[in-house]
Write a protein that binds this ligand. Structure first.
Ligand SMILES: Cc1cc2nc3c(=O)[nH]c(=O)nc-3n(C[C@H](O)[C@H](O)[C@H](O)COP(=O)(O)O)c2cc1C
Length: 170
């Protein structure tokens, strides 16, 4: 018989413990942006996940309190830009006051208004595929229509509330 050791767990109702646990999972960060009425609109999101190859789908989780997502969700195309390791300040800017999110940036735009951050590791032009309300967030599924990627560009990593970069193992 194998031996076991008892472990005490915090209840999931402990919001601090839950946030800390979520922060232990490292993730990349994407900019979610569209050109709407000739103006750039966007936000940063670390909840990006790949979902399906056929059809090509990715997901995001967006807080119900977001004032940017209700604008983006009606755009014909939504651009996702995978932030590069060098773009940590830009990432913070994309999460800051909406009026200054694109200060100092000349965004790239493709067909139907998908907007991208220059120098990103990958850019995906998407359309809204489905949305499911999930607790205090919306789980958003996006269908990829077109893309460009450069795995040679080091990605930004968000872990334990801090921006980091990857280190290759020999
Ligand atoms: C590193 C980082 C990751 C974030 N990830 C998400 C996310 O996955 N989902 C989300 O709704 N907001 C996320 N945010 C917050 C948004 O970028 C933004 O600040 C928030 O939506 C409030 O702005 P808004 O009202 O214009 O939407 C993140 C912020 C930072 C700095």
């Amino acid at each position: 018989m194998s031996t076991t050791e008892h472990v005490d767990l915090a209840p999931a109702t402990d919001g601090g413990a839950l946030r800390t646990a979520y922060s232990c999972f490292p993730s990349g960060v994407v900019a979610v942006c569209s050109q709407i009425d000739f103006a750039p609109v966007g936000m940063a999101a670390s909840s990006f996940a790949t979902v399906s190859l056929d059809p090509p789908l990715v997901s995001l989780c967006v807080q119900h309190t977001s004032r940017t997502w209700p604008k983006l969700r009606n755009a014909p195309r939504i651009g996702l830009s995978v932030f590069a390791a060098s773009q940590d300040l830009l990432c913070r800017q994309l999460a800051g006051p909406a009026a200054h999110r694109f200060d100092g940036i000349t965004p790239q735009v493709s067909d139907n208004g998908a907007l991208f951050i220059p120098g990103s590791a990958a850019i995906l032009s998407c359309s809204l595929y489905d949305e499911v309300s999930a607790g205090d967030h919306d789980l958003v599924l996006l269908a990829i229509e077109a893309l460009s990627a450069d795995p040679g560009i080091e990605p930004l990593v968000f872990h334990a509330s801090t921006f980091r970069a990857l280190e290759a193992r020999a």
